[in-house]
Every structure is written in structure tokens, then in C-alpha cells.
Design a protein around this ligand. Structure first.
Ligand code: SAM
Length: 302
């Protein structure tokens, strides 16, 4: 068992606490133990006095503590309440004025409201996470949909997920995730990590990504980002089907109607073939198409 600690030991040794916590693999509990990686994540966020940091899955607080020491304010969302005593102890000096812990499933909470309640409209939102790999796609989609004005995200992901996150149109990995990331801004691999950077070690290698908002990102407004992602989820369920035919079959446009003729002229102006499949369209073309379909009240959504 090459270098894998007894998982029960791992958490207690790491935190210098006598706890019987057994990491829950189903919740992706692989704790980051590389100090170099932890410092690098904090550095990469380029924290300034007005920043509000959102951490997803603080776990035992390995990353949370160094983040709190640098950030103006940190809100962390953790699903597993077993970490409450450890986190409260580690963060005792900061709880209240500098830190808020939310014990919930990140996928079930209203992030925008939480951030607004914390005065997020006047702050730069920066997001940090050693993500639970089982929910990578859903968490990134949620972050970019509900907090599209976030300034940057520094995310640990499974190495294989990078292909899906950065996929180009026309490839089989291209989907809502790659489209949303591309419209949000730039994505860069900033570190590659072996399994030994974590305890217990995951069966995969990891990559640290930095996503930085484009100045003129089309996703700035959460209402249109919500509507767009909902459209993408619908559209990519039939990624290989001709989209116009699908809209007709599913009753969103009536053949030869005024609405369909308008849509066809829009496609011509946008240099999109009538028999296009959604997987062939660039993120910008998909965004334009979504806006146009809304404008002519033909709005398929998830
Ligand atoms: N940040 C810690 C670290 O780097 O050592 C822990 C990272 S661990 C890879 C992922 C964390 O996300 C775990 O603490 C896990 O309990 C938490 N988690 C898993 N699913 C979650 C969800 N749906 N909502 C919130 N937290 C979640």
C-alpha cells in the first residue's frame, strides 16, 4: 500500500487532534497535505484587503487557516458536520468577524444571496477549493452561474477533468462546462500534483487550475447566466441531433411559421448552417443563439 496512511490516522495526525474521523470517500475527502501546494493556492489568489473568499469543502481546515490569515473575510461551505469541532478550534481566533461557516451541501444553497448578505457586492469575490472530485462539473457550473462576477477561482481538480473544462467545440468532451468556463474568462493550469500530495491518496493525479474573469465576460449577470446554463443543459442532451429539427419535434417552433423564418434568418446572419448540431457551435455562437431564442419567445430549457 505505497505510502498510504491508515485513513483513520491521516486526519488525526494531520490536525494534531485525537479524533476518530474516517475520511468519507463518497464525499471526495482527500485532504491536501502538501504545504507547498497550500501556500501556492493562497499566493495564487493574490488576496487584497477588499476580497471575500469563498471556500468549498474546508474539511479539516488545512487550506482554510492560511486563507483566513490573508483574507479580509472568508465564507466556507462544508457538507460534513463531523468537521465542526476541528474547524471551530482551528479558526477560533477568526470566527464571527472574519469567518462564516455554512454546514450544507454547496449544490443546494443560494450562493448569490449568501454572498450579497455578506456585502459581496462591494468586494472582489475569489473562490478557492480542493474540490470533491465526484461533483466537479456541478460545482463549477453552479459557481459560474450564481457568481459569474467572481474575480477568480483557484480549483483543484482531477487531472482528467481538465479536458472537459477546456474542451473546444466539435470534440466529444465539449459541453456546458467548457462553454461556461470559456465565456467566463481564462483558464490556466498552475500546478500538477501527484496523489502523494493528499491524504488519503486519491487513485488519480490532480491539477490546480486558475480561472480568471475576462474583463468583458458575457456572463456577468446571474439571471442571464442561469437562463443560459439551463439552455445549455437542454441543448447538449441532444448534442448530435440537428438542433432546428429538434426544436420543431419538441414543439418549440412550428414549421414554416413566422417565428421559424425569423430564426432561419438569424442563423444565416450568424453564419450558422440550418442543419447545425449544438456541439459544433462556439461558446459565443451558443450565447447569441440563446439570447435570440429568448427574444423570439422560443426558449427551450432544462
Ligand atoms: N479543503 C480540504 C483540504 O484541502 O484538505 C478538504 C478537501 S476534500 C478534497 C473535499 C471537501 O469537500 C471535503 O471536506 C468534503 O466533505 C467536502 N464536500 C464534499 N461534497 C460537498 C458538498 N456537496 N458540499 C459541500 N462540501 C462538500
Amino acid at each position: 500500500m505505497s505510502g498510504i496512511l491508515n485513513p483513520k490516522m491521516a486526519v488525526s495526525e494531520l490536525n494534531n487532534l485525537t479524533t476518530d474521523l474516517i475520511p468519507n470517500r463518497a464525499l471526495g475527502q482527500n485532504f491536501l497535505v502538501s504545504q507547498r501546494a497550500i501556500s501556492f493556492i493562497v499566493e495564487s489568489l493574490q488576496l487584497c484587503p477588499d476580497d471575500l473568499v469563498l471556500e468549498i469543502g474546508p474539511g479539516t481546515g488545512n487550506l482554510t487557516l492560511p486563507l483566513v490569515q490573508k483574507a479580509d473575510f472568508l465564507v466556507a461551505v462544508e457538507i460534513d458536520r463531523r468537521f465542526q469541532p476541528i474547524l471551530q478550534r482551528k479558526l477560533a481566533n477568526f470566527l464571527g468577524p472574519k469567518v462564516r461557516l455554512i454546514w450544507d451541501d454547496i449544490l443546494n444553497i443560494d450562493l448569490l444571496n449568501i454572498v450579497l448578505e455578506l456585502g459581496g457586492q462591494d468586494k472582489a469575490i475569489k473562490i478557492a477549493a480542493n474540490l470533491p472530485y465526484y461533483a466537479t462539473t456541478n460545482i463549477i457550473l453552479k459557481l459560474l452561474t450564481e457568481l459569474p462576477s467572481a474575480k477568480m477561482l483557484v480549483l483543484m481538480v482531477q487531472r482528467e477533468a481538465v479536458t472537459r473544462i477546456t474542451a473546444d467545440s466539435g470534440t466529444k468532451e465539449y459541453g456546458p462546462l467548457a462553454v461556461m468556463v470559456s465565456l467566463y474568462g481564462n483558464v490556466k493550469t498552475i500546478m500538477k500534483l501527484p496523489a502523494s500530495a493528499f491524504e488519503p491518496q486519491p487513485p488519480v493525479e490532480s491539477t490546480l487550475l486558475k480561472l480568471t474573469a475576462a474583463k468583458a465576460s458575457l456572463l456577468k449577470d446571474p439571471i442571464s447566466a442561469q437562463s443560459f446554463v439551463s439552455f445549455l443543459l437542454y441543448a447538449f442532451r441532444g448534442r448530435r441531433k440537428q438542433f432546428l429539427g429538434r426544436l420543431r419535434r419538441e414543439g418549440y417552433v412550428v414549421k414554416d411559421s413566422h417565428q421559424e423564418n425569423e430564426l432561419i434568418s438569424y442563423l444565416e446572419q450568424s453564419e450558422i448552417r440550418r442543419d447545425f448540431r449544438v456541439e459544433e457551435l462556439s461558446p459565443n455562437q451558443l450565447f447569441g443563439l440563446h439570447n435570440y431564442l429568448r427574444q423570439i419567445s422560443c426558449f427551450p430549457s432544462d
